[in-house]
Design a protein around this ligand. Sequence first.
Ligand code: PAF
Length: 279
Amino acid sequence: MEVFRTVEEMRAASEKWHAEGAKVALVPTMGYLHAGHISLVSRAHELADKVVVSIFVNPTQFGPTEDLDKYPRDFERDSAACEANGVDAIFAPTPDVMYASDFSTWVVEEKLSKPMCGVTRPIHFRGVCTVCLKLFNIVRSDVAIFGRKDAQQALIIQRMVRDLNVPVEIVTSALVREPDNLAMSSRNRYLSPDERKRALSLSRGILAAEAAWKAGEKDAQALIGIVKKSVEEGQGKIDYIVLNSQDTLEPLQKADKPALLAAAVYFGTTRLIDNVFLG
Ligand code: PAF
């Protein structure tokens, strides 16, 4: 496995692979890899001959009061996980490789970025879109894999790629849960033992709402209410709980067409997201 730190090295490897006829997949990450990321790597192996994992804690997607400085980092551990899972190359640039000191060009998706996480994290998706477009331009992968845990992010990236004719196929892959059903996230490590226990109320609520939907409940307020009740029992502070259209992220009154039931909730100072696709 190779580790590339510069744009030139990464591009040269990708060009060489393409010249050899290989198909290249990118798994974009911010590191501190867990089984959810590894499932994206497995999907990448199914779709391509060469798999690149990017590891870059992207400063531009963090708001001024967010957790950029304390975001967990462990390159040695990530590198071992990539090696063990057959990754061909890690692209791990430093911030100055990615952002010139007078960087001034942004990619802004203006519709899907507005609701849900966009309400309390107004610059988040601008940073995500910008860094992803840069990664696509640097790695030049044929395909890129995104987890459905960040359902809004995946949808926005698909929209950006369509709108800007970026020559990469975006594939999404299922959310992965811990054995006790907490959605896997690098941020789970911030939780104290008590918060970790209470955080299970989020997945419990989401999965209970899914079960109710399967049993015939389609009313948005009823489904949202199931999640809300559970999270309140776990003393979570709700950022949002929504039932939105899977395609447009517009609110639905009824889950009688493909819907996304999604929530963001704080346990202590840690903000967790979870979701389920209904239909
Ligand atoms: O989902 C993430 O880890 C990040 O938002 C991404 C896609 C790697 C961009 O920094």
